[in-house]
Design a protein around this ligand. Structure first.
Ligand code: ATP
Ligand code: MG
Length: 280
């Protein structure tokens, strides 16, 4: 498919202790879209994400980036990681530098930019993330929300085409979640492909263009949110629930699913009984 940025072909992954984490996974990640990986604990989401930027190498099958098979030589991995940035679930695994400034510089230096370019890019990133006050603090002394934002800033400074985020907003308050999603959405609006993993079906329904449901190391369904959540049985088998909006619309017999709560309120305002309720 020409609009595929990363293709996974018959992927299997077995950890050293023989746990089979992925089994015959086939997936075309659509270019420039917002993709959500959904699945219960242990479904294989993080493993799949680590395969996307070559941290893990499949034990069977192969991946392709823009139709070119992944290669695991140092040089080709370097090229791949310029294109595919990953935000880990645990920021502490990602943070390595003594200051926020150096954390953001680190990847840029590795990419071979000269010192003036590094300085300019770090300063631009610090300003856009509102981090100027934190520049000389240790990332390890920040709150977990701030740490996640520093990790994301360090990735975004490298301007990858694909941004992979493993549970980007877990443990964040609504304000900090919005900041992370605003940054991701802004990148998506300029054509970057964003892939997140989450357990939050409501978030996935509202945010994603394309949803992939995983269960027990396999993809059980993928498609638009409307297509995926029309299959309640598969959603249940994956240990998930329907998004509240979908569940409510099913109950009310509303066929044209609204995208979010505001759209639902508007739709309900046109249903005579609800209109009376809302205006009194
Ligand atoms: N380092 C590891 N060594 C051995 N097995 C592992 C390792 N990491 C994960 N696994 C196993 O691989 C399977 C998939 O795990 P993975 O972390 O990919 O799931 P997940 O969907 O990200 O789960 P969660 O929602 O809890 O983060 C699980 O059975 C898990 O126990
Ligand atoms: Mg995980």
């Amino acid at each position: 498919m020409s609009n595929t940025i990363i293709a996974l072909k018959n992927i299997g992954y077995k950890y050293k202790n023989n746990t089979v984490a992925l089994n015959n996974v086939n997936l075309n990640i659509p270019l420039g879209k917002r993709v959500a990986l959904l699945g219960g604990n242990g479904a294989g989401k993080s493993t799949l994400m680590m395969l996307l930027n070559g941290i893990l190498k499949p034990t069977s099958g192969c991946l392709e980036f823009q139709h070119t098979p992944y290669s695991y030589t140092k040089k080709r991995l370097f090229e791949l990681r310029k294109n595919v940035g990953i935000l880990f679930h645990e920021p502490d695994l990602q943070l390595i530098a003594p200051t926020v400034f150096e954390e953001i510089s680190f990847g840029l230096i590795n990419l071979g930019y000269n010192s003036t370019t590094v300085l300019n890019k770090v300063n631009e990133t610090l300003i856009s993330f509102n981090f100027s006050d934190l520049a000389h603090k240790s990332p390890h002394q920040l709150s977990s929300g701030q740490k996640k934002r520093v990790c994301l800033a360090a990735i975004l400074a490298m301007e990858p085409n694909v941004i992979v985020c493993d549970e980007p907003t877990s443990s964040l308050d609504p304000h900090n979640s919005d900041i992370i999603f605003d940054a991701l959405n802004q990148l998506n609006s300029i054509g970057k492909t964003i892939i997140i993993s989450t357990h939050d079906v409501n978030q996935a329904y509202e945010w994603a263009d394309f949803i992939v449901v995983m269960n027990n190391g396999e993809i059980t369904i993928s498609g638009t949110p409307e297509q995926v959540f029309a299959n309640n049985d598969i959603i249940k088998q994956a240990g998930l629930k329907l998004p509240v909006i979908v569940d409510l619309c099913n109950f009310l017999g509303i066929n044209s699913l609204p995208k979010n709560i505001n759209e639902l309120k508007k739709q309900l305002a046109f249903v005579p009984d609800f209109k009376t309720e809302l205006t009194h």
